[in-house]
Ligand binder design. Structure first.
Ligand code: FES
Length: 68
């Protein structure tokens, strides 16, 4: 179970709450790739080692489809 303050992207210190916040500001809610790009632009997540990419992508798609 992921908590709000857990760092999802350790390189850029981006938490689940940061991703959620950035996603709410995103205008790309119909397309996961575009939403990911938007969240990445706002938070710089997944611009370091890149290991968090799949995790963040999954989180964004789950948020967009109302699963979390
Ligand atoms: S953990 Fe996100 S870029 Fe390294």
């Amino acid at each position: 179970m992921v908590t709000e303050n857990e760092l999802i992207c350790k390189c850029k210190k981006v938490s689940l709450a940061d991703i959620e916040h950035a996603l709410r500001n995103s205008k790309s809610m119909s397309d996961v790739d575009a939403a990911f790009a938007d969240v990445q632009k706002q938070t710089a997540c997944s611009t370091g080692c890149g290991k968090c990419h799949d995790k963040i992508y999954d989180i964004i798609s789950q948020m967009m489809y109302g699963l979390i």
